[in-house]
Design a protein around this ligand. Structure first.
Ligand SMILES: Cc1cc2nc3c(=O)[nH]c(=O)nc-3n(C[C@H](O)[C@H](O)[C@H](O)COP(=O)(O)OP(=O)(O)OC[C@H]3O[C@@H](n4cnc5c(N)ncnc54)[C@H](O)[C@@H]3O)c2cc1C
Length: 395
C-alpha cells in the first residue's frame, strides 16, 4: 500500500516524486526503461542561443530520485485503474498496487496525417525519428522527408540537421477529411510564425518578427512564398505543394508532390517524384488521457491546449477525490511547464498551500518565456478550463 502512485516518470511525474518522497510513501511507474519521458530526445537552441539538452536534463531529474520512501518501477505499463472505494487500485504489467492518492502524468501522444503509403516500412512519426536519432543514436535513414509542418516537426527537423541526417523535403499532407487544418497552407504559415525565433537565418527571424507584429500583411507575405519552397537547414520547405503519396514496393522509395492553392486544393496534375528512404509523419501532439477515461473524469475540447482536456483546477486537482494530473495530459506545453505542474500537484497533496501559490507564479513565468509554444492562445485555454472548473463547483 502506497500513499501516492504516480503514473509517468517524465518531467511532470519525476518533479512531483522528488517533492512527495520527502513525506509520503510513493510509487513511480513508467513503461519506458528510463526516467525523463519525452524530455530525453529533445535537443535545440533556446532564445538566448543556449543548447537545450533534454538527455542531460533528464539525467539531472533522475539522479535526485533516491529515498527510502520512493519505489520506482520502470518498463511497467499501467493497464487499468479502479477506485472501488477509498483507494486507487492500479493494475500494471509488474503487478497490482493500491494508494490513497493518484497522480497521472502520462504526457502526450503524436497525431499523424492520413496519407497513401503510410504503412510502408521506413515511415515513422517525427517523435520516433527524434528518439532514434537523439536517444538510440541510430539514423532513421540516409535521405528523408517530413510530412506535416508544425512546431514539433520543425523542432525535430533542426535536430535531424544537427545530427547530419539529410531531410530533402518538408511539406504539407494532402487535403482530405482527416487532415483538415494541417493541410491548409495559410493556417500552417500563421502557426509557424510562433517559432520563427528558431529559424537558422537572421533575415527569416527578422522578417517573421515583422509579420507577427503586423498580422495584416501576412496574406500578402504568403503570396510571396516561392512555389519551389524555402530553404531551411538545406531542406526545401513547401507551403504550396502537398505530398499526395508515399511510394515503394517493400519499403519507402519516394514521395509524390503536387502543387496546391492557398486552401490546400490541388491545382494541377503535374507530379514531382522525390527519391527518399525514410518518411516522418507529423500532425502535432494531443494529451494522452485515455487512462483517465477509466475513471469518471469529465473532458472538454480546447484546441489551444491540443485536444480533449480532463477538467482540473490550477492546483492540478480533478473532480475525483485525491486524483491529480500534471504535465502534457493537461494541455500541450514544454517540459519546464510540465515540471512546475508536477511540483504544484505534489505541494497540493502535501497541503503546502504557500508553495502551491509560489510555484503557480513560477509556472506563469516559464509559460511566458517558453522557447516553444505548441499552440497560440495557451493562456486563454488555461483560463477557459479554470472558469469551467469554477462554474462546475458553484453548480
Ligand atoms: C513525440 C514527442 C516529442 C516531443 N518533442 C518535444 C520537443 O522537441 N520540445 C518540447 O518542448 N516538447 C516536446 N514534446 C512535449 C513534451 O511532451 C514535453 O516537453 C514534456 O516532456 C511533457 O512532460 P510530461 O511529464 O507531461 O510527459 P512525458 O514527458 O510525455 O512523460 C510521460 C511519461 O508517461 C509514461 N506513460 C504514459 N502512459 C503510461 C502507462 N499507461 N503506463 C506507464 N507509463 C506511462 C510515458 O512512458 C512517459 O515516460 C514532445 C512530446 C512528444 C509526445
Amino acid at each position: 500500500m502506497f500513499d501516492v502512485i504516480i503514473i509517468g516518470a517524465g518531467p511532470a511525474g519525476a518533479s512531483a516524486a522528488r517533492i512527495l518522497m520527502e513525506e509520503k510513501k510513493v510509487l513511480l511507474l513508467d513503461e519506458y526503461y528510463r526516467i525523463g519521458g519525452r524530455l530525453i530526445g529533445q535537443l535545440y537552441e533556446d532564445n538566448n542561443g543556449e543548447v537545450w539538452n533534454g538527455y542531460e536534463k533528464a539525467e539531472t531529474l533522475s539522479d535526485v530520485l533516491h529515498h527510502p520512501n520512493l519505489t520506482i518501477k520502470l518498463s511497467t505499463s499501467v493497464t487499468n485503474i479502479e477506485k472501488p472505494q477509498e483507494y486507487y487500485h492500479i493494475n500494471t504489467t509488474s503487478g497490482n498496487f493500491k494508494s490513497k492518492y493518484l497522480l497521472v502524468c502520462a504526457g502526450a501522444q503524436e497525431l499523424t496525417p492520413a496519407i497513401l503509403g503510410s504503412t510502408l516500412p521506413g515511415v515513422m512519426t517525427v517523435g520516433a525519428a527524434q528518439v532514434l536519432t537523439n536517444v538510440q543514436r541510430v539514423a532513421p535513414g540516409n535521405k528523408g522527408a517530413i510530412i506535416g509542418i508544425n512546431v514539433l516537426s520543425s523542432a525535430i527537423l533542426s535536430e535531424l540537421h544537427m545530427a547530419n541526417i539529410e531531410v530533402k523535403v518538408m511539406s504539407l499532407p494532402p487535403h482530405n477529411e482527416v487532415n483538415t487544418n494541417d493541410a491548409n497552407p495559410q493556417n500552417v504559415f500563421k502557426k509557424l510564425l510562433n517559432i520563427s525565433h528558431m529559424a537558422p537565418s537572421y533575415i527569416i527571424k527578422l522578417g517573421t518578427k515583422l509579420l507577427k507584429t503586423i498580422p495584416q500583411i501576412q496574406p500578402l507575405a504568403f503570396k510571396f512564398i516561392p512555389r519551389k519552397g524555402i530553404k531551411l537547414f538545406n531542406t526545401s520547405v513547401h507551403l504550396k505543394k502537398t505530398v499526395v503519396s508515399i511510394n515503394g514496393k517493400e519499403k519507402v522509395e519516394s514521395i509524390t508532390l503536387k502543387n496546391i492553392d492557398k486552401h490546400g486544393n490541388i491545382i494541377s496534375n503535374k507530379e514531382e517524384v522525390i527519391p527518399v528512404d525514410f518518411v516522418c509523419l507529423s500532425g502535432g501532439l494531443t494529451p494522452l488521457s485515455e487512462l483517465l477515461g477509466l475513471l469518471n473524469v469529465s473532458f472538454t475540447y480546447i484546441e489551444s491546449l491540443g485536444g480533449f482536456i480532463p477538467l482540473h483546477n490550477d492546483a492540478m486537482q480533478t473532480e475525483i477525490n485525491n486524483l491529480y494530473i500534471a504535465g502534457n495530459i493537461t494541455g500541450i506545453e514544454g517540459a519546464m511547464v510540465a515540471m512546475k505542474q508536477g511540483e504544484i500537484a505534489a505541494y497540493q497533496i502535501l497541503e503546502r498551500f504557500d508553495k502551491v501559490a509560489l510555484t503557480q507564479k513560477e509556472l506563469l513565468q516559464e509559460r511566458r518565456e517558453a522557447t516553444i509554444q505548441f499552440h497560440e492562445c495557451i493562456e486563454e485555454g488555461r483560463d477557459y478550463i479554470s472558469n469551467l472548473w469554477e462554474s462546475s463547483r458553484t453548480n
